[in-house]
Design a protein around this ligand. Structure first.
Ligand code: NCD
Length: 308
């Protein structure tokens, strides 16, 4: 297993063993992530954080991860303030950034942009989300959260609920769960179903996939992964209006579920999980948000070669 110098573009770039190794390293990072222990592991390293799309958790947790390990951060979250405004290409922006740093984290609205950036950069590129494409680091922290909440990844039934068409987190997670042999239920409005290729790929990997359009029966579900409707990716706003508000998790929904079912959400949420759920023992989405820090610490340290 070698991580040093590697790009993190898609979860498909990693084997099951490599994924488990990242999660194990992340677990060791916990005390540092919480600020209980100090570290200078990445002292002298610089991470460039290039965000061409809105972000709260991904950007802040990457920056926190780098700083908790003693590293430095440069970057932008408002691309309108960069020379791209003057017409500079993404390729040239990447070539510039890479000459100032040791690792690049980027988020961009265009699918395939991170893979493209990796071609131009000598330093590792970590994809923080490319359009409706991939979100590998979210996927790793989702797996970490499942393992923490349920003790293991295998053997659970996971329901992915919401916008499975445009949601990049569920595209990455479905593949990874299939890799772990996890059976899944894909629940979405008809218009927002999981892309056929993803369903076929998971089935070819040997897992059972059930496809549903409502949340009436959650009795077999161990992990409910809720997502937001990705309003910004709809080509036609009228189409968004048709599906907006079409599902919502509340205490009534919980009555139909296993008592120890965990509820996850990559966040941000809009109205798909009622705030009354936040205080239940089922809700783990804020822990999930925190888990972005140790997982991203592990990734940064591994691709920078500071640990093995
Ligand atoms: C997700 C994303 O950006 O894809 N958020 C995140 O990274 N935590 C989910 C979303 O925006 O709905």
């Amino acid at each position: 297993m070698k991580f040093e110098g590697r790009d993190v573009i898609s979860i498909r770039d990693f084997s099951k063993e490599e994924i488990l190794h990242i999660l194990d390293v992340a677990e060791k990072m916990m005390p540092i992530a919480k600020g209980e222990k100090k570290s200078s592991l990445l002292n002298g390293y610089i991470m460039a954080s290039l965000f061409f799309e809105p972000s709260t958790r991904t950007r802040l947790s990457f920056e926190a991860a780098m700083k908790r390990l003693g590293g430095g951060v440069i970057g932008f979250s408002q691309p309108g303030t960069t020379s791209m405004q003057k017409g500079e290409s993404l390729a040239d922006t990447i070539r510039t950034a890479e000459s100032y740093c040791d690792v690049i984290v980027m988020r961009h609205p265009q699918e395939g942009s991170a893979r493209m950036a990796a071609k131009f950069a000598r330093v590792p590129v970590i994809n923080g989300g490319d359009g409706a494409g991939h979100h590998p680091t979210q996927c790793l922290l989702d797996l970490f959260t499942i393992r923490m909440g349920k003790g293991k990844i295998e053997g659970n039934v996971v329901a992915l609920l919401g916008d499975l068409k445009y949601g990049r987190t569920v595209h990455s997670l479905a593949y990874a769960l299939a890799l772990f042999g996890v059976d899944m239920i894909f629940i979405s409005p008809k218009e927002l179903q999981m892309p056929k290729e993803v369903v076929e790929e998971c089935r070819e990997m040997g897992v059972n996939i059930e496809i549903k359009n409502d949340i009436e029966d959650l009795s077999s579900v161990d992990v409910l992964y809720v997502t937001r409707i990705q309003k910004e990716r709809f080509p036609d706003p009228e189409e968004y209006k048709k599906v907006a508000g079409s599902y919502r998790i509340d205490k009534e929904t919980l009555k139909k579920a296993k008592e120890d079912m965990i509820i996850m959400h990559p966040l941000p949420r809009v109205d798909e999980i009622s705030p009354e759920i936040d205080e239940t023992k089922n809700a783990v989405y804020f822990k999930q948000t925190f888990n972005g820090v140790p997982v991203r610490m592990a990734l940064l340290a591994l691709v920078l070669g500071a640990i093995e």
